[in-house]
Design a protein around this ligand. Structure first.
Ligand code: ATP
Length: 324
C-alpha cells in the first residue's frame, strides 16, 4: 500500500477535521502518500481529489466543520456512480480509502469495497451517536456540550419570567443528544424517539408545578419524538393550559458546528490513527470504533445493520431527577 485517500460524507460533525489531520499525519508516519477527496462521494465521482501534506492539516485540530467539505451524492447510490468513483481511485493510484461519516456513508463504503474488492475503513463521524460498534461517535460530545450551554442560558429567562421552555434538539431516530444533554442541563422532562412519550404524565407534572407556582422549566425534545418535536408538545401543553407561558426553542444546526470538545479531538485523533494502522494491517470493510476504551473493528455490514441502543437506566434516572 502506497497511497490512501480520505473523505468526509453525510452531515458534518465537530472533530472531523481532527480525524482528517490524524489520518494524514499517521499516513505520513507510515510512509504513505495521502490525498483528500473533496465533497464526499460526489468528489470521488467527479474527480475532486488533491494531495494532503502535513502542512495542509496544521492548525486544524481545533476547527469545526470539515476542510474536505461534505456532500450528499445520489449518484453514488447507483452502480454506475460507484464505477466512476472506482475509476477515479484507479486513475489516482489510490490503494485504500478512509471514509468519515455516518451509516449512509458506510453503506456506500461497504458497496464500493465489496463490488471492487477495494479496502475501505470507516471512522464514525456524526453528532447522533447512533452507530453500532463504538461507545461514542466523533462530534457527539461537542453537540451535547453545545446544547447544555444553550439550555443554561435559556434557563435564566425561564426562571426570570416563570416560563416553560420546550427545547428541540437533533435526533430524528435517536435520542442520545436529548438524553445526555437533558441530564446535563437538569431538564424536567426528556422526550426521545426510543421510548413512548407519556403525555398524561407530563401534563400532570405541569399541573402540579402550576399549583405550586413553579412554572419555570425545561423540556428537552428530540426532533423525532412521536408527538412531532417541540412544536407538537407545545401545542398540546397550550391546549390544556392556556395560561402556561410556553416558549419553543429549536436549536437546529448550531448543534453541528463549533470547535470540537477535547474529548472529540482525542477520540478523532485516536480513531484516525487506528484507521490507517488498520489498513496497514490488511483490514477492509470495517469501521474503527472505541468500546470500553479499547479499539474495535466492526464489519461495516454490522455497523450499518445494528444501532446503538439508548441507556434505558439513564432514561429512568433522568425521569426521577427531573421531578418524576
Ligand atoms: P448523517 O446521517 O450523520 O448525516 P450519513 O453518512 O448517514 O451521516 P447520509 O446522507 O445518509 O449521511 O449518507 C451520505 C452519503 O452516503 C450519501 O449522500 C450517499 O452518497 C452515500 N449513501 C447513503 N446511502 C447509500 C446507499 N444505500 N448506497 C450507496 N451509497 C449510499
Amino acid at each position: 500500500m502506497k497511497k490512501i485517500g480520505v473523505l468526509t460524507s453525510g452531515g458534518d460533525s465537530p472533530g472531523m477535521n481532527a480525524a482528517i489531520r490524524a489520518v494524514v499525519r499517521a499516513g505520513l508516519y507510515f510512509d504513505l502518500e495521502v490525498v483528500g477527496v473533496y465533497k464526499g462521494y460526489h468528489g470521488l465521482i467527479h474527480d475532486q481529489i488533491g494531495p494532503l501534506t502535513s502542512a495542509h492539516v496544521s492548525n486544524l485540530v481545533q476547527r469545526g466543520g470539515t476542510i474536505l467539505k461534505s456532500a450528499r451524492s445520489a449518484e453514488f447510490k447507483t452502480p454506475e456512480g460507484r464505477k466512476k468513483a472506482h475509476e477515479n481511485l484507479k486513475k489516482h493510484q489510490i490503494d485504500a480509502l478512509v471514509t468519515i461519516g455516518g451509516d449512509g456513508t458506510f453503506t456506500g463504503a461497504d458497496l464500493l469495497s465489496k463490488e471492487f474488492d477495494f479496502p475501505v475503513i470507516g471512522i464514525p463521524g456524526t453528532i447522533d451517536n447512533d452507530l453500532y460498534g463504538t461507545d461514542y461517535t466523533i462530534g457527539y460530545d461537542t453537540a451535547v456540550n453545545t446544547v447544555v450551554n444553550a439550555v443554561d442560558k435559556i434557563r435564566d429567562t425561564a426562571g426570570s419570567h416563570d416560563r416553560l421552555f420546550i427545547v428541540e434538539v437533533m435526533g430524528r431516530d435517536a435520542g442520545f443528544i436529548a438524553l445526555r444533554s437533558g441530564i446535563g442541563a437538569g431538564a424536567e422532562k426528556i422526550l426521545v424517539p426510543e421510548a413512548p412519550t407519556n403525555i398524561e404524565k407530563i401534563l400532570q407534572k405541569l399541573e402540579k408545578d402550576m399549583r405550586q407556582e413553579d412554572k419555570a422549566g425545561i423540556i428537552i425534545v428530540a426532533e423525532g419524538d412521536e408527538y412531532g418535536g417541540a412544536m407538537g408538545i407545545s401545542k398540546i401543553v397550550k391546549e390544556h393550559f392556556p395560561d402556561y407561558d410556553t416558549r419553543v426553542t429549536i436549536l437546529g444546526h448550531l448543534q453541528r458546528g463549533g470547535a470540537p470538545s477535547a474529548f472529540d479531538r482525542v477520540l478523532a485523533s485516536g480513531l484516525g490513527y487506528q484507521a490507517v494502522k488498520g489498513l496497514m494491517d490488511g483490514k477492509k470493510s470495517v469501521m474503527v470504533g472505541s468500546i470500553n476504551r479499547k479499539i474495535v473493528f466492526t464489519p461495516l455490514k454490522k455497523a450499518i445493520k445494528y444501532h446503538s441502543s439508548i441507556n434505558k437506566e439513564l432514561l429512568k434516572i433522568a425521569e426521577i431527577l427531573g421531578g418524576g
